[in-house]
Design a protein around this ligand. Structure first.
Ligand code: GLN
Length: 269
């Protein structure tokens, strides 16, 4: 889809849920499909298992997973030219953890040996020296982050992380956020996630789009916009349930009561 056409079908594909479905990240596809259909758009949500040709989609979600399936997923995606073609046509991609790492140039297997990624995001992932990064991850978006259609920044990002590898950003990738709590990219610069053009990677599980509906709407806005242009603004939804979930999770991080976090978020806008 290259321009706003509310009558056209918006196709969302979860890539290889049979390989990269360990952390509930398949929920990201569901959140995207629901938020689009709540706004009256026709949506199709495809669970694109491995071993079959990848379907064409406006928006792809790749989730986290174990080291072995991550290698198999990257090999299968590199062998299937449809993913590269979809990228050329401006499909939007969200990669989470293993899915984020395999969008980059290379990532390690369980023995630390580098494997080729898809190279659609200028990041490189290597085995980390320290302990595995496990726990709540809270990150505050920076001026480098993708802008909402309003020009504002995304609110605080909340999720949890579980990874051992560490990701370094190259010049063509921008950080999504700065870590407030947790490890994130873990390469020493306190950054979390990376993005360029219409591809965004993050270490946030949750699923990240359930915990951060503004990010879901940004991805939908990209998918509905002509490649290279600003994301389409979507009408607001009643997000009271989602805000309650966010409040709970932000409170679980412990530093600040939800009300204060909400005020701080409001202040930064
Ligand atoms: N295997 C990768 C790592 O540990 C990704 C883990 C994940 O997807 N949660 O770094």
């Amino acid at each position: 889809m290259s321009s706003v056409d509310r009558n056209a079908m918006l196709t969302i594909a979860v890539i290889f849920p049979d390989l990269l479905g360990t952390y509930g990240d398949g929920g990201n596809g569901l959140v995207l499909a629901r938020r689009a259909s709540w706004r009256g758009m026709d949506t199709e949500l495809i669970q694109a298992d491995s071993g079959r040709p990848l379907p064409t989609a406006d928006l792809y979600c790749i989730g986290g997973g174990e080291d072995g399936p991550q290698v198999r997923a990257a090999e299968a995606l590199r062998a299937d030219r449809s993913f590269g073609r979809a990228m050329e046509q401006g499909s939007v991609v969200l990669g989470v953890c293993a899915g984020y790492q395999l969008l980059g140039h290379s990532f390690p297997d369980r023995d630390g040996r580098p494997h080729d990624g898809l190279g659609v995001l200028d990041v490189t992932t290597a085995k980390g020296g320290g302990p595995r990064a496990v726990g709540e991850l809270l990150a505050s978006v920076t001026a480098d982050a993708p802008r909402l259609p309003s020009g504002r920044l995304l609110p605080l990002l909340t999720g949890f992380e579980n990874h051992s590898a560490r990701t370094t950003l190259g010049q063509d990738a921008k950080a999504v956020a700065r870590v407030v709590r947790g490890v994130g990219n873990g390469a020493g610069d306190r950054t979390e996630g990376a993005w360029s053009d219409r591809v965004l990677g993050t270490y946030l599980h949750g699923p990240v789009l359930a915990r951060n509906p503004a990010l879901a709407d940004l991805l939908l806005g990209w998918a509905l916009a002509t490649p290279g242009s600003a994301p389409v603004a979507l009408e607001p939804l009643d997000d009271r349930d989602q805000e309650e979930l966010r409040g709970e999770r932000l409170a679980s991080v412990g530093r600040t009561r939800p009300a204060l976090l909400i005020r701080r978020r409001g202040g930064r806008r």
